[in-house]
Design a protein around this ligand. Structure first.
Ligand code: URP
Ligand code: ZN
Ligand code: ZN
Ligand code: ZN
Length: 464
C-alpha cells in the first residue's frame, strides 16, 4: 500500500510548495496538490515541513585514532541510530585504512563494519593515507565500486602525505572527475608547537588550540588550493573553521578556481573559551581544527549566508570523556581528537541558523542535504523530494522546543559538546526509502540502511 503525506510544505533549495507526497515502496511516486487518497495510508502532516533526508558527508563512525588504537565510542549501529532519529538518512563515512592496507581491503573492511549494522543509508570517502603505484592504480577501481570521493590529510603523522603525493593523487582523481576532500592543517607546524608546549610543561587543554592557530589552517588551505589549481581539480575543503581560511577560499574563487567548502556546527555555535573550562572539561572540545574565536564564528556564518560555504556536516568522531579523553589528563597532546555531532546537526542549524533569520529553510536544505547530494553524486536519488527520488523524507515540526543533553541523547558517548543548548524545531517523523524509521526523536526501525553505489554524472557537479 502506498503512503500519502498530506498537508505539508515541501522544501527544496529552490523554494517551498504546499503539496501532497505519495510514496510507493522506496520511491516518491507522485507530488501534487490535493492528491486523491485512493488506497493510500494517509499521514496528516499539516503544520510541518517536508525536507529531504539530511546527509552527513563527514562522519568517523569507526575510527581508531592511532594513539594507542583507541576506537570511537560510536560505531555504525549507534551512530546511524542517532542520525536517523533526528533526520539524517545517509552518511558518508571516512573509510580509513591503516598503512600498508590496499584501498580495496579498506573498502571490504568498511563494508563488513556497515553491512547489516546501519539504520541509515551510507557510503564512504576513501582515505588515501599513503601514495604509491598500487594505491594510484586503485583510484579507478574505487570509482567503479561506487566510491567517487576521497580524503587526504595534511596533518596527523599517521595519516598525512606530502604535497607531491597530494598533487599526484589529484591528477589521478581528476582523470575520472572524482572528488577529493582534505584536512587542511600544516602538520609540521602543529608538531612543532605541540613539542614546544610539552617542553615548557604547558599541558592543559587550554594549549590545544594554541598548537593549531588559524594560520596553521589558512596556510594549508592556501597551499592545497594552489596545488589543486595546478592539478585542475575542483576540490573540497573539509571542516573549514576560520576567517583567514575563508579569505583564502574567496581569493581562489576570485581567480576563477572551482572548489567546495564544508564547515561543521561546532565552528558555528561553540567557541574557544570552552578550552578554559573547569577541571579537565576543556578536553571535551579537543578536536582538530580546534574551536575558534567568536569573530571567526561570525565570519563563518557570513560564509554560510552568502554561499561561500557550500555544506555543513559534522565530523562526528566520538570519544568518551571518561577513559578516552581522560587519557590526556596530564598532557593535552594525548587527548583523542574529535567530538560527537551526527545527532544534533539538524536541530542546531535550524535553531541557530533558521530561527535567528540568518538563513532560510531552503538554504538549510541546501547545506544539509541537496548541496551535499549534488557534490557527492547522490543526486537526484537523494537530496530532493521529487517524483522518482528515494522517499527519504523528514517531517519537520517547527514548533517543538528542546534542550540538548547527554542524558537523553541517542549517540553512545558519555557527553555532548552542545549540552544544555536550547533548540527549536525537530524531526517529528523520518522516512528512509519509504519506511518510517523514526518518530518523535526515537529510532523505530530495524537496521535496514544500505550502501549507496554512486556514479559520476558530470552535470551534477555545480560549484559556485
Ligand atoms: O578532531 C577531529 N576532527 N577528529 C576527526 C578526524 C579529523 O580530523 O577529521
Ligand atoms: Zn579532519
Ligand atoms: Zn584558553
Ligand atoms: Zn574528520
Amino acid at each position: 500500500m502506498s503512503i500519502l503525506l498530506k498537508g505539508g510544505i515541501v522544501v527544496s533549495a529552490e523554494g517551498r510548495r504546499k503539496v501532497d507526497v505519495r510514496i510507493d515502496g522506496e520511491i516518491i511516486s507522485e507530488i501534487g496538490t490535493n492528491l486523491a487518497i485512493d488506497n493510500s495510508e494517509v499521514e496528516d502532516v499539516s503544520g510541518c515541513y517536508l525536507l529531504p533526508g539530511f546527509i552527513d558527508a563527514h562522519t568517523h563512525l569507526e575510527l581508531n585514532n592511532g594513539k594507542g588504537s583507541i576506537g570511537t565510542a560510536d560505531n555504525f549501529t549507534t551512530g546511524s541510530r542517532a542520525a536517523v532519529a533526528k533526520g539524517t538518512t545517509a552518511v558518508i563515512d571516512m573509510a580509513t585504512p591503516s598503512k600498508g592496507t590496499s584501498l580495496k581491503q579498506c573498502l571490504t573492511d568498511w563494508n563488513r563494519l556497515a553491512e547489516g549494522n546501519s539504520f541509515c543509508d551510507y557510503t564512504y570517502h576513501m582515505s588515501i593515507i599513503e601514495w604509491n603505484k598500487a594505491i594510484s592504480s586503485e583510484i579507478k577501481e574505487m570509482i567503479d565500486e561506487g566510491i567517487t570521493s576521497f580524503k587526504m590529510y595534511m596533518a596527523y603523522d599517521n595519516l598525512r602525505t606530502t604535497d607531491a603525493e597530494i598533487f599526484e593523487a589529484m591528477t589521478e582523481i581528476k582523470k575520472y572527475n572524482g572528488m577529493l576532500g582534505i584536512h587542511c592543517e600544516n602538520g609540521d607546524m602543529v608538531n612543532e608547537m605541540i613539542a614546544k608546549f610539552v617542553r615548557e610543561g604547558k599541558l592543559t587543554p587550554h594549549y590545544h588550540p594554541l598548537t593549531r592557530p588559524d594560520s596553521v589552517e589558512a596556510e594549508a588551505v592556501e597551499r592545497y588550493l594552489m596545488i589543486a589549481d595546478l592539478a585542475g581539480l575542483p576540490v573540497n575543503i573539509v571542516h573549514l573553521s576560520t576567517a583567514r581560511s575563508l579569505a583564502a577560499v574567496r581569493r581562489a574563487r576570485a581567480r576563477g578556481q572551482k572548489l567546495f567548502v564544508e564547515t561543521c556546527p561546532q565552528y558555528l555555535v561553540l567557541d574557544d573559551h570552552l578550552y578554559d573550562g573547569p577541571d579537565f572539561e576543556g578536553a571535551k572540545y579537543v578536536c582538530s581544527p580546534p574551536l575558534r574565536s567568536k569573530k571567526d564564528q561570525e565570519v563563518l556564518w557570513e560564509g554560510v549566508m552568502d554561499g561561500s560555504i557550500d555544506t555543513i556536516s559534522t565530523d562526528h568522531c566520538s570519544f568518551n570523556f571518561e577513559g578516552q579523553k581522560t587519557l590526556g589528563k596530564d598532557d593535552f597532546s594525548k587527548i583523542p581528537n574529535g567530538m560527537p555531532g551526527v545527532e544534533t546537526r539538524p536541530e542546531l542549524i535550524y535553531t541557530y541558523g533558521v530561527t535567528t533569520g540568518k538563513i532560510t529553510l531552503e538554504r538549510m536544505v541546501e547545506l544539509l542535504s541537496e548541496g551535499i547530494a549534488k557534490q557527492f553524486h547522490l543526486f537526484p536519488q537523494k537530496g530532493i523530494i521529487q517524483k522518482g527520488s528515494h522517499a527519504d523524507i523528514v517531517i519537520w515540526n517547527p514548533d517543538t522546543k528542546g534542550v540538548i543533553s547527554a542524558k537523553t541523547q541517542i549517540q553512545t558517548v558519555d557527553y555532548t559538546p552542545f549540552d544544555g543548548m536550547e533548540t527549536k524545531g525537530s524531526a517529528q517523523a523520518v522516512y528512509l526509502r519509504g519506511k518510517k524509521v523514526a518518530e518523535n526523536g526515537q529510532c523505530i526501525a530495524e537496521m535496514e540502511g544500505k550502501f549507496i553505489h554512486r556514479k559520476i554524472v558530470k552535470e551534477s557537479i555545480n560549484p559556485c
